[in-house]
Design a protein around this ligand. Structure first.
Ligand code: FAD
Ligand code: EPU
Length: 337
């Protein structure tokens, strides 16, 4: 394992923040992580880095950044109906989706084009277009950073929720995820009801879609509104969609009949943070080198040379104005470091 010093991370985070890591290593096997536990490396400040697509660095990192490159996809089990695969945490998420589609294994086609690595996918239970990782995940494998032992958690023990899991709660910074197991179907159930998927499919004349068609439709929709991080730095949705009480929802709806909601539980509903931010006048607004994206208000962008603190200042202004206008507090989805 070659250690680098004062490593520039600009190309390693999709926001394109120009920061350095005091120390930097790449790991390619679980054994290397176990060795690092023995060397007490995790007793000092550390940051595990996947694709850097859900992180906002606000300063140089005064510790060790560990880039995860644990690769490999293997078949664990196959039945007439489905397959279970183990995917190394350092595999690229979207490449994994394409691999499963090539094998005609269904279940994650709606999660096409989400940036980042497989290892981060259970942390916030990635989701898009009516599907979440929890719908297909059977196990998460990880190394306990205190004992150096390998463990795994089953789906139910991961305590998945909307953009949430045990890895963002009690296990935060306590484990290194090395791989996940996914159960994928050979007989597909397509999820076509969310958003513009059906419209997109009909616009290209498809009425009997395959999982590849669904993946292509999702890619098309995403490319039409989300900025490509290679062209414009961003971390996807900066905030989570807030879950609010039905009472508050009814109150806001009275003067805003266009407000839509998504069911959450008996007492609460989820509303679109992008709508709230747009209503407060932030959509497309540029402040210095940062701003809220013109096609998707929920995405904060780096127009070039922005610092993490600049983005954070904008985020805090947005939080304040949404609170004042709607009495709703937005919470960042992005990990702020
Ligand atoms: P990183 O940003 O590298 O890390 C994220 C967090 O996970 C950090 O705290 C890190 O320390 C921790 N971590 C990473 N790997 C490990 C590991 N192996 N073990 C322990 N901890 C680890 N998300 C969605 O859910 N749905 C979307 O539709 C979506 N669209 C996006 C679109 C764009 C354009 C962008 C830029 C982002 C989008 N995201 C979306 C957010 C992001 O892609 C996901 O959260 C993704 O899973 C992050 O993966 P990553 O490897 O880049 O994680
Ligand atoms: N909206 C506006 N103005 C905007 C943006 C959105 O009014 O500028 C409203 C519209 O009513 C729109 C609704 O918000 O119909 C939903 O917008 P969109 O379909 O773009 O989805 P989202 O709720 O903003 C969520 C996820 C995305 C995911 C999409 C598709 C969160 C925080 N974000 O965005 O995930 O790709 O749904 O499923 O849940 C991410 O997590 O980084 C991410 C991109």
């Amino acid at each position: 394992m070659k250690k680098e010093f004062n490593k520039n991370l600009t190309q390693l985070n999709t926001f394109g923040m120009s920061v350095t890591a005091k120390e930097f290593v790449t790991v390619t096997s679980p054994d290397q992580i176990k060795d690092m536990v023995k060397q007490s490396i995790f007793k000092s400040p550390f940051f595990i880095l996947g694709g850097g697509s859900n992180v906002l660095f606000t300063d140089d990192f005064d510790g060790i950044v560990i880039k995860n490159e644990i690769k490999g996809i293997r078949l664990v089990k196959e039945t007439e109906k489905d397959v279970t695969i183990h995917v190394g945490a350092g595999e690229n998420w979207h490449d994994t989706v394409l691999y499963t589609i090539d094998h005609n294994w269904g279940g994650i086609e709606n999660l096409s084009l989400i940036p980042g690595c497989v290892g981060a996918s259970p942390i916030q239970n990635i989701g898009a277009y009516g599907v979440e990782l929890k719908d297909v995940l059977t196990h998460v494998h990880f190394i306990d950073l205190q004992s150096g032992e390998e463990h795994s958690l089953s789906n139910v023990d991961c305590k998945f929720g909307y953009r949430n899991s045990v890895f963002k709660q009690v296990l935060k910074n306590k484990v290194f995820i090395t791989g996940v197991e996914l159960r994928l179907s050979k007989q597909h159930t397509l999820h076509l009801t969310y958003g513009a998927i059906m419209d997109q499919l009909s616009s290209v004349g498809i009425d009997n879609p395959t999982i590849k068609d669904v993946s292509d439709a999702v890619i098309e929709i995403r490319q039409s509104k989300l900025p490509d991080p290679n062209a414009l730095g961003n971390s996807g949705s900066f905030f989570k969609n807030p879950v609010i009480s039905k009472t508050l929802f009814d109150e806001i709806k009275k003067s805003n009949p266009d407000l839509r909601c998504y069911p959450s539980d008996e007492l609460n509903v989820k509303i679109a943070a992008g709508w709230l931010i747009e209503k407060c006048g932030w959509k497309g607004k540029k402040i210095g080198n940062t701003g809220s994206h013109a096609k998707q208000a929920l995405v904060l962008v780096n127009y070039g040379g922005a610092t993490g603190l600049e983005v954070l200042t904008l985020a805090n202004k947005i939080i304040k104005s949404v609170e004042e206008a709607f009495n709703v507090t937005l919470e960042p989805e992005v990990n702020i470091v």
